[in-house]
Design a protein around this ligand. Structure first.
Ligand code: ATP
Length: 256
């Protein structure tokens, strides 16, 4: 049983732009899947459909064997605990007026009957929970009382990752999550995602315009162009002769 199954998904916006055309793929439990494509290829549209933020008329998205409703903003509570997001723009993701400790605990406070496996048995104060989450993403406990503008871009992204994994989602969707970070910080964030994926046994859908980043992290790679999925392969087949000409062009442009 696949965790996420996207079947023949198409999306035409009201301006008649076909942002997705018959896209099909699936993600199994524990897999790290990357989607790479240039600007306008339909990556954000696909993310929005998976999150139930945009409507769709053709195709089907199933998560944990439940259909993600085709109408936007339908009742998504049933599956939203299990799909969490990390975005590129950490500044709009974190409330500047809230200390990190408070921002971190927002999802956990929405799911009060959920007991995270990363906390030892017993009762925990909010500070203890936040400190444990900071530790899991390699940040010091003192960050609990800091505000977003006192953190670097990489530290803010770690906080966003900690918040997203706090409720142990089955799927973490990262949309250009490392795009605005320095290359050395990007590498460390990718390492963190690999460690968290192993420790928490979650799946990751990593969306990026950068094939270099995707090949650093993902086991399975999907290539999008003009709303279509043009290639789909295991990382070990990255240089196989049957790669699509567009994949080869992306590799060449990235000097890989
Ligand atoms: N709300 C919208 N209304 C109309 N057209 C849209 C809308 N959102 C996206 N599009 C169009 O759909 C196509 C795919 O856009 P999308 O944002 O999904 O691509 P993308 O690969 O995420 O690009 P980027 O990396 O630049 O964000 C583009 O042609 C875009 O102009």
């Amino acid at each position: 049983m696949s965790l996420l199954k996207v079947e023949q998904l198409s999306k035409v916006y009201t301006n008649n732009i076909a942002a997705l055309q018959g896209v099909s793929f699936q993600i199994e439990r524990g897999e790290i899947v990357g989607i790479v494509g240039e600007s306008g290829s339909g990556k954000s549209t696909l993310t929005k459909l998976i999150l139930g933020l945009e409507s769709y008329k053709q195709g089907c998205i199933t998560f944990n064997e439940q259909q993600i409703p085709p109408k936007k903003r339908a009742d998504v509570r049933a599956y939203r605990k299990n799909i969490q997001m990390v975005f590129q723009d950490t500044n709009s993701a974190l409330n500047p007026k809230l200390p990190i400790g408070k921002s971190l605990l927002e999802p956990l406070n929405n799911f009060t009957d959920f007991t995270p496996s990363y906390l030892p048995p017993g009762k925990h104060t909010n500070r203890e929970k936040a400190e444990r989450l900071l530790e899991m993403v390699g940040l010091e406990k003192v960050m609990v009382d800091r505000y977003p503008d006192e953190l670097s871009g990489g530290q803010k992204q770690r906080v966003c990752i900690a918040r997203a994994i706090s409720i142990e989602p089955a799927l973490l969707v990262c949309d250009e999550a490392t795009a605005s970070l320095d290359v050395s910080v990007q590498v460390r964030i990718l390492e963190l995602l690999k460690t968290l994926q192993r420790n928490l046994q979650m799946s990751i859908l990593f969306i990026s315009h950068d094939i270099r980043t995707v090949t650093n992290l993902c086991d399975i790679i999907l290539v999008m162009k003009n709303g279509c999925l043009v290639d789909h392969f295991q990382l070990s087949d990255l240089y196989a002769p049957e790669r699509h000409s567009y994949t080869k062009a992306l590799l060449q442009a990235a000097m890989l």
